[in-house]
Design a protein around this ligand. Structure first.
Ligand code: BES
Ligand code: ZN
Length: 455
């Protein structure tokens, strides 16, 4: 092990330089003008995988952005671990809020800043470099490895989840190692054992055939953007309860034991309010902050479009308006059913004089996995050896949509061993990843793979 640590430490500079090359690639999966760039990120990883001695490495088409596959299967009798992660990133707007440009990785105060640092490029690299070190030092890997790195996680894995279903033989494994999560707090290394699901949709409200003078027509007709406001205001009541009929029908209620377990992590409100500088928390009445985030579904408008957005004023009634909306789901809610319920409700409350079109974007089912298994135990031990602290086992309010597919189709145990921190600003301007977590993440993964192999 000492030699493996030594190798990793001696190569820190290169591990950072190569990661920076990957971070410079603008692999925004949601932006079709960036399709060629997104593919480049996949090709970069393909080259790296080949270099470290992984076999059968190739980019595979899925109908969306390609997946990168590779394997090393020369450890008979040892478990087979699928390494999952994503090389795509979220859009970067609002650009003016970035202190350094999103695709020019920059180091400040012990952290690297740039889009995709924490989510998920640096985290993906912690696995590649852990396996590189094991291969260099031992000439072999401690267990069987398959790589499955995708390029559309941030767009809902709409092609990659069906790909897993169709290629389950190729991906068969005992466990899935995923580093795409954050710690519960800066001091507490964390293994996540449950993720919420997601249903993402868009509504377009259509009014007059063209934009109109708001004086000549004001008061005569329904303004599509006023209608958007009216619709959104009816999605939740004052107590944060979602008003869509049937929305809660399939929700599995929290047990007393779960409520006790969530309470045991302490009250996070003060820390959260200070970090994001808000004066009060808000959400579904009758539930604590962590209950609402981990164990209850939620609904958020992600963007509103339409009308005049330029400088100064323009007196206009826009011809259309709309909004994008995401719901976070808990067991046993189903993404497409939730879309139908929300769409039916939105149509039913759409004011007269305008019409509404609903579009389903993507979704993923929630997942919650048992924690009393060899793989999670190995990951916990690895965390303890490198960071000197035994990690907490907690849930997460965000989603990694394909995880449920791994559980259902591959019957494999996900190990969500993440190295992000809660203040990494993922999906926001000034995303960062702590250098210490990056370097130690490589070491932790190396220990974890050795433990998987029975060390
Ligand atoms: N890495 C995140 C999930 C995550 C966020 C885990 C925070 C732990 C803490 C992942 O890349 C992500 O953002 N997923 C999306 C999926 C969606 C776009 C389908 C999400 O949750 O919004
Ligand atoms: Zn993300």
């Amino acid at each position: 092990m000492e030699q493996v640590f030594l190798y990793i430490r001696e190569n820190r500079e290169r591990h950072l330089a190569e990661l920076f090359e990957l971070l410079r690639i603008q692999s925004i999966s949601a932006d079709s003008t960036k399709n060629a760039e997104t593919r480049k990120a996949g090709e970069f990883i393909e080259r790296l995988m080949k270099r470290i001695g992984i076999e059968n490495v190739r980019l595979i088409e899925t109908g969306g952005h390609p997946v990168v596959y590779g394997d090393w299967l020369h450890a008979p009798g040892k478990p087979t671990v699928l390494v999952y992660g994503h090389y795509d990133v979220q859009p970067v707007d609002p650009l003016s809020e970035w202190e350094s440009p999103p695709f020019e990785p920059t180091i400040r105060d012990g952290a690297m800043y740039g889009r995709g640092t924490s989510d998920d490029k640096a985290q993906v690299m912690t696995h590649l470099y852990a396996l590189e070190a094991l291969m260099k030092v031992n000439g072999r890997l401690p267990c069987n490895i398959k790589f499955f790195l995708e390029g559309e996680e941030e767009s809902g894995s709409a092609h990659t989840a069906p790909f897993v279903v169709e290629n389950s033989d190729m991906l068969l494994c005992d466990a899935v190692a995923i580093s795409d999560t954050a710690w519960y707090s800066r001091q507490v290394p964390t293994i996540v054992y449950a993720l919420r699901g997601l249903s993402y949709m868009e509504f377009k409200v259509k009014g007059p055939v063209r934009d109109l003078h708001s004086g000549s027509y004001g008061g005569m007709i329904m303004n599509p953007l006023n209608a958007v406001g009216r619709i959104i205001s009816k999605l939740q009541d004052e107590d944060g309860h979602v008003l869509v009929p049937g929305f809660y029908d399939d929700v599995v209620p929290l047990t007393d034991e779960e409520r006790r377990e969530f309470a045991a992590v302490g009250d996070p409100d003060g820390e959260i309010m200070a970090d994001i500088r808000i004066p009060a928390m808000w959400g579904e009445k009758g539930y604590t902050t962590m209950e609402r985030n981990w164990g209850r579904p939620s609904l958020d408008v992600n963007g509103i479009f339409g009308g005049f957005q330029g400088e100064g004023g323009k007196t206009v009634i826009p011809s259309f308006g709309g909004f994008k909306l995401s719901t976070r789901l808990v067991p046993n809610q189903k993404p497409e059913k939730i879309f139908r319920l929300v769409a039916d409700y939105v149509r039913s409350i759409c004011p007269p004089g305008v019409s509404v079109e609903a579009k389903y974007h993507h979704g993923g089912e929630p997942v919650s996995v048992p924690t009393d298994n060899f793989f999670i135990e190995s990951a916990r031990g690895a965390f303890a050896e490198v960071f000197g602290k035994r990690p907490a086992l907690v849930r997460e309010g965000a989603s990694i949509p394909i995880t449920a597919t791994f559980v259902q189709v591959l019957k494999a145990a996900p190990v969500l061993i993440g190295y992000g921190l809660p203040d990494d600003h993922i999906h926001s301007p000034n995303e960062k990843m702590e250098l210490e977590n990056y370097y130690k993440g490589i070491e932790t993964n190396a220990v974890m793979y050795l433990k998987f192999g029975g060390r």
